[in-house]
Design a protein around this ligand. Structure first.
Ligand SMILES: Nc1ncnc2c1ncn2[C@@H]1O[C@H](COP(=O)(O)OP(=O)(O)OP(=O)(O)O)[C@@H](O)[C@H]1O
Length: 277
């Protein structure tokens, strides 16, 4: 990645580290995400993706290192939170509320002007085909419907940076298509999207840049085409091939988080722990 001007960066981290007791979930992460781009954040189970997103959204404090999101230090929670939206793995919604009430409640928490926000809620509900169920209790919603409310809630206030953890989880093919189109539209409107998912074609389609985390470390970073083209063999290959290669377990990494998530297929291969940069 080319060096960007600091004010062109939506996310910037330096040595970001999080330890839980003996486990180092994230190890010295250095990231730069340019404004208005989609950053695909990949990694096997336990790689440290959620922990990273929780640090960047100020929900958990780093053990060491620093980060700036939308121009503000993550140490200053009040400064950061108005500029970010977060869809965690489990959308934070209340079963007792209807979808519409949940979104109005979220808008109220953000102090959004009612006259403006009502139209926005309506059009997002329509976009996600939720209008006819908008006045039903969320307790009666399917997983996919909850997910739709969760993502609308994360972007309703038009944040500078949206952190989306598995946004297409539980969605049927049509809804997943809508979600991908919405993410692309939001990025066109200069929103920065930090997108974590295990569904590689989604990242392949949407991401301007991809970072692959493994055992808490960034093991590869680049544009999707660049990652795919840097095959050992020189053959054309998929993002899945690139992902499997850079997250291959090496013998030394057996005790870290994420161990056991992928069998060791080629122990000692330098590619297992080296950047593709
Ligand atoms: N609150 C916690 N206390 C102790 N260990 C934790 C805690 N949260 C995460 N970890 C550990 O940190 C490591 C990274 O976990 P994290 O949830 O960030 O991974 P992930 O990449 O999001 O995984 P997945 O793809 O399965 O969601 C794991 O080893 C996990 O067990």
């Amino acid at each position: 990645m080319t060096a960007a001007q600091p004010d062109a960066l939506a996310i910037e981290t330096a040595g970001l580290t999080k330890r839980y007791g003996e486990t180092t979930a994230v190890k010295g992460l250095d990231l730069e995400v340019e404004r208005g781009t989609v950053y695909g954040f990949l990694g096997p189970n336990g790689a440290g993706k959620t922990t990273t997103m929780r640090m960047l959204t100020t929900l958990t404090r780093p053990t060491s290192g620093t980060a700036r999101v939308a121009g503000h230090s993550i140490a200053d929670r009040e400064a950061v939170t108005p500029h970010i939206g977060y869809l965690p793995e489990e959308p934070p919604v209340y079963d007792e509320l209807s979808g519409r009430e949940q979104l109005e409640y979220a808008a109220g928490l953000r102090d959004l002007p009612e006259d403006e926000v009502d139209g926005r809620i309506e059009s997002l509900l329509e976009r996600f085909d939720l209008l006819s169920d908008a006045d039903k209790r969320i307790g009666e919603y399917s997983k996919g419907m909850r997910q739709k409310v969760g993502v609308i809630q994360a972007v309703l206030h038009e944040p500078a940076v949206a952190f989306l953890d598995e946004p297409t989880s539980g969605l049927d093919p049509r809804a997943a298509r809508t979600m991908r189109d919405t993410i692309a539209d939001l990025a066109d409107q200069e929103m920065t999207i930090f997108l974590s998912t295990h569904i590689l074609p989604v990242v392949d389609e949407l991401a301007d840049e991809i970072g692959v985390l493994h055992d808490g470390e960034l093991v590869a970073e680049g544009e999707p085409e660049t990652l795919k083209s840097r095959a050992e063999t020189g053959d054309a290959r998929s993002l899945e091939d690139a992902f499997l290669e850079v997250t291959r377990e090496s013998p030394e990494s057996g005790s870290g988080p994420g161990s056991g998530s992928e069998p060791s297929r080629n122990p000692g291969d330098a590619a297992a722990n080296s950047s593709l940069e």
